[in-house]
Design a protein around this ligand. Structure first.
Ligand code: GDP
Length: 370
């Protein structure tokens, strides 16, 4: 069905500017997405706030259509004060969830445009000593909203042993409690070759990549690469970098899983939080009305008649318990899902009693705020 209809996929690139994000995107999808890009000078960059840009391109290969959207976060890390520079990126992701939630709750649910961000390639600088505080803060702010795939940028500036060391350092991500995208377990009945490829893929994280906008001649062949006085680095040569692994993972092997995890985990979390806050608001409003002895309420969210306030709270508690309980289930794939899920999760039917308040913007600030 998807092959017939075409795929849509939204990829976000984030990380300090100048790390080769635009070049990598062009290399990945063989397009020039940044034709109109205006690079700002230092003075302009001081005053600039993080501005999110979106490029959409339709790609067709062997009759299969892909509507690719790239969300870029230029200027990130450029300002003198980078405090909370990830906020606008986190807000952007939430806004897409919010839009989807509104559309899904509207009358015409058939042709919803899905702008939810399915994957965020986070670029780590090859020049520092491992992760910088900004990297940690950024990933922490986003890891429960989007699938983060870390990338070691400009791998051609490193020797093989440096790449190895940097990869070990970058694996510290998990020590900070950051949950990056977890590649699903390989089925036990897959053939040995596939299993081997899958293991290599998982071991490659963070993917050490090289990008180039130019085609050069290497050993009589024209290849995408970078020409240096001492030789040529080839983008698509797996002895030189993990570019091919990253591309295969994004457009062939894991695109659907990235979309599934976005829908089933990140969006579900957002939705659950919204429904929960709305239910709480209804309960509060009804209590207030009771206290002021008002007969009616102008609160726009309808509530199922006959459900007492304490019962609504009880239902929420029961659901919380259920989700907490499910977190301890042994099934490995399930675990993968739940690891990303927050404590509260709701099912469509159970909460058909609450319709989103379409007048009020959803105020979702993640677990901590609640
Ligand atoms: P962005 O600001 O993160 O989008 O970075 P750009 O893609 O504009 O790249 C910034 C500079 O780095 C440009 O001069 C690129 O030619 C160069 N560059 C991009 N990718 C690589 C790479 O993989 N290796 C090296 N050595 N330089 C790169």
């Amino acid at each position: 069905k998807s092959v017939k209809k075409g795929f849509d996929f939204t990829l976000m690139v984030a990380g300090e500017s100048g790390l080769g994000k635009s070049t990598l995107v062009n290399s990945l999808f063989l397009t020039d997405l940044y034709k109109d890009r205006k690079l700002l000078n230092a003075e302009e960059r001081i005053t600039q706030t993080v501005e999110i840009t979106k490029h959409t391109v339709d790609i067709e290969e062997k009759g299969v259509k892909l509507k690719l959207t790239i969300v870029d976060t230029p200027g990130f890390g450029d300002a003198v004060n980078n405090t909370e520079c990830w906020k606008s990126v986190a807000d952007y992701i939430d806004q897409q969830f919010e839009q989807y939630f509104r559309d899904e709750s509207g009358l015409n649910r058939k042709n919803i445009q899905d702008n939810r961000v399915h994957c965020c390639l986070y670029f780590i600088s090859p020049f520092g000593h491992g992760l910088r505080p900004l990297d940690v803060e950024f990933m922490k702010a986003l890891h429960e909203k989007v699938n983060i795939v870390p990338i070691l940028a400009k791998a051609d500036t490193l020797t093989p042993s440096e790449v190895k060391k940097k990869k070990i350092k970058a694996k510290e991500i998990e020590q900070y409690g950051i949950k990056i995208y977890q590649f699903p377990d390989c089925d036990s009945d897959e053939d040995e070759d596939f299993k081997q490829q899958d293991t290599e893929l998982k071991e490659s994280i963070p993917f050490a990549v090289i990008g180039s906008n130019t085609v050069v001649e290497a050993k009589g062949k024209r290849v995408r690469g970078r020409l240096y006085p001492w030789g040529i680095v080839e983008v698509e040569n797996s002895a030189h970098c993990d570019f091919v692994k990253l591309r295969n993972m994004l457009v062939r092997t894991h695109m659907q899983d990235l979309k599934d995890v976005t829908r089933e985990t990140h969006y579900e979390n957002y939705r659950a939080h919204c429904i929960q806050s709305m239910t709480r608001m209804v309960v509060k409003e009804r209590n207030r009305n009771k206290l002021t002895r008002e007969s009616g309420t102008d609160f726009p969210i309808p509530v199922v008649p006959g459900v007492a306030d304490s019962e609504t709270e009880k239902l929420i508690k029961e659901k919380d318990e259920e989700v907490r309980h499910a977190d301890h289930e042994p099934d490995s794939h399930q675990q993968h899902d739940h690891e990303h899920k927050s404590e509260h999760n709701f099912d469509h039917h159970e909460h058909s009693d609450t319709q989103p308040n379409l007048e009020t913007p959803f105020d979702y600030k993640g677990d901590e705020a609640l």
